[in-house]
Design a protein. Structure first.
Length: 312
């Protein structure tokens, strides 16, 4: 593995360590969340009118709750509920509107035993969602969009998904300039992790996400996927979110160069999920839960076989 040169204070033990001695079957656990011994499946539930894939599908509360239960039954370990689109170029919504969209859905799913995360960059929404029954905060800004977010998560004592990005959706793609995307993303994630620790977020409850498609070109995304082992050297559980994203559509373009449509990218997404799971990712965030649930189990079986073989 390439050494990233990312410094970590000696007093802060990582949530898990990737090493040959621990065996290929090992998957990290996050305090307060399911630990099935395999890559977790995070199902996407967007209650928005403008998300790039399923915008407008689940605006009705009853329909959204029913779909959340369906994702759970298909094998989602966590259902991630978001009320604001973060696709490139998306405009922000009013905080009251975001709350109106997510709270009734979260409340009902949590009441019926579904493990729910809230996908938000606002501390106000995070606090309200946690009060409604969510148990994870998924922040695509890594705490940069709202300077109260890290303190709010620390006070709540819940798991926090800290994603790499470079600014708001409106102009993030203009910032997709790197010397070495894997080294740069790793270093920037590490700085945000240190900020999270300084705010009081427990290392055992912190998950990192390299932010595929967020201030990244297609080539940047492929490099991050090809070198997941280097991201794992950060010593934190890793979430990978490639589901239906544009770089998959570009890869699968037809003979005329027209990108594969959003609705027809699930097979490619499942392939990415299998690769990420086999590499040791803590979780994958997807729209198509059923196929992904199968894929992560296959990856776990292969990792277990490799571990058994290596122990002989």
């Amino acid at each position: 593995m390439k050494h990233l040169g990312v410094a970590r204070p000696a007093s802060q033990e990582p949530a898990f360590v990737v090493s040959p001695e621990r065996g290929m079957s090992h998957h990290p656990a996050v305090a307060g969340l399911p630990a099935p011994g395999r890559c977790l499946v995070v199902g996407i539930l967007n209650v928005t009118p403008d998300s790039f894939s399923d915008g407008g599908c689940w605006l009705d509360v009853t329909a959204a709750v029913a779909y959340g239960h369906e994702l759970h039954l298909q094998g989602a370990d966590i259902v991630d509920v978001g009320g604001e689109s973060t696709r490139p170029g998306a405009a922000r919504v009013d905080v009251d509107e975001e709350l109106r969209r997510v709270l009734p859905v979260i409340r009902e799913l949590a009441r019926t035993g579904v493990v729910v995360s809230v996908d938000t960059t606002r501390a106000t929404v995070a606090r309200a969602a946690l009060d409604a029954g969510a148990v994870v905060v998924n922040d695509v800004s890594g705490g940069l969009a709202d300077l109260e977010m890290l303190a709010a998560v620390a006070a709540a004592g819940v798991p926090y998904i800290l994603m790499h990005s470079r600014g708001p959706s409106s102009d993030m793609q203009q910032r997709a300039v790197y010397e070495d995307v894997v080294a740069d993303v790793s270093a920037e994630l590490d700085r945000r992790r240190e900020a999270a620790h300084a705010a009081g977020i427990d290392a055992r409850r912190l998950i990192l996400d390299p932010g595929l498609g967020f201030a990244k070109t297609a080539e940047h995304n492929w490099q991050l996927l090809a070198r997941l082992d280097e991201l794992l050297e950060l010593g934190a559980p890793l979430l990978v979110g490639a589901s239906r994203k544009g770089f998959l559509g570009d890869l699968l373009a037809d003979a005329g160069g027209v990108a594969r449509g959003v609705a027809d990218r699930d097979d490619a997404t499942t392939a990415v999920s299998a690769i990420a799971a086999h590499a040791g990712a803590w979780g994958v965030r997807v729209h198509d839960v059923a196929a992904t649930a199968d894929a992560v189990r296959v990856a776990a079986a292969v990792r277990q076989a490799a571990s058994t073989q290596g122990a002989r």
